[in-house]
Design a protein around this ligand. Structure first.
Ligand SMILES: C[S@@+](CC[C@H](N)C(=O)[O-])C[C@H]1O[C@@H](n2cnc3c(N)ncnc32)[C@H](O)[C@@H]1O
Length: 273
């Protein structure tokens, strides 16, 4: 649609983790504003050679909005890393679009949150171990962005699985908050530090909360670094209800003592554009 501004998730890095919809929007774009600091250059190979391309790494919000304003009837892609709704700073852009009567859409992307879990080969929500995931951060220079009730120590007091983004420059503070008085965690609680999940240079260190600072130092990276904390990282001997033969639900009746192997069903016909 002419004039549409698409806020598109580019995924965590690997180009084959772009969604089909993201590809479609990139191919049709007349103008692309992309974040080069977290998105690989290869993504631009899907963009038309005649499209106007801006790197937002050196731009202010005003610069980006000026690009939007200059092209009221072109198809614009604003490309953000991972999923644009997580730490994407898209709300101020969406608000401007709404105030200026511009048509918008948000195209979800594969977040670094799930890309890190995939690299670790662990489910973040194991029954009986953790059923909640908190995606959070510690504040650095952007302290004012953190609502007072959302300090990392508040979530540490609850336990569960924590995925901590944007905090690679402050590993000591992460550990201090995770082990603050009242924490549900201990220094031995499993943790992992992941850098650039899904990129060719992806790296990870499996450790404990006590080892987070050393792990971050060993990886010599503070950008594109995510810390995952919780018992889900090492839990064994667990089994969910969902595929238990003694648990019935809408799609499968309880079947004790009989085979639970279902007959293959014909595939519904679908077209992928
Ligand atoms: C501005 S936030 C953007 C998050 C993004 N919207 C998402 O859904 O992944 C940047 C932070 O995301 C995390 N991050 C982004 N890409 C990553 C990757 N490939 N591997 C590990 N962490 C990553 C890091 O914590 C980084 O500091």
């Amino acid at each position: 649609m002419a004039g549409l501004i698409s806020f598109v998730g580019a995924g965590p890095g690997a180009v084959d983790l772009l969604t089909l919809r993201a590809l479609d929007r990139l191919r049709r774009a007349d103008v692309v504003v992309w974040a080069s600091s977290l998105i690989p250059d290869e993504v631009l190979e899907f963009v038309s050679p005649v499209a106007e391309v801006h790197d937002s790494a050196s731009m202010t919000l005003e610069d980006v909005l000026e690009v939007f304003e200059r092209h009221p009837s072109l198809r614009i892609v604003r490309l953000h890393s991972g999923d644009p709704t997580l730490y994407g700073a898209i709300q101020e852009q969406l608000n401007w679009c709404l105030e200026h009567g511009r048509a918008v859409e948000v195209v979800p992307g594969v977040s670094s949150v799930t890309a890190c879990a995939a690299l670790l080969g662990r489910e973040l929500t194991i029954p009986g171990v953790a059923q909640s995931v908190v995606v959070t951060r510690v504040a650095g220079r952007t302290q004012a962005s953190m609502p007072p009730s959302e300090q990392l120590r508040s979530y540490a007091a609850l336990g569960g699985t924590l995925v901590i983004l944007l905090s690679g420059a402050h590993p000591e503070r992460v550990v201090e908050e995770l082990l603050a008085p009242g924490s549900a965690f201990t220094p031995d609680t499993p943790a992992a530090v992941v850098v650039r999940a899904s990129w060719p240079e992806e790296r990870l260190v499996r450790t404990t909360i006590a080892g987070i600072t050393d792990a971050v130092r060993a990886l010599e990276a503070s950008r594109s670094l995510t810390i995952v904390v919780g018992e889900v990282l090492t839990a064994t001997g667990v089994r969910s209800h969902l595929y238990s033969p003694v648990f019935s639900h809408r799609f499968r009746v309880r079947s004790v003592g009989t085979s639970t192997v279902g007959r293959p069903r014909a595939r519904p016909k679908r077209s992928v554009r």
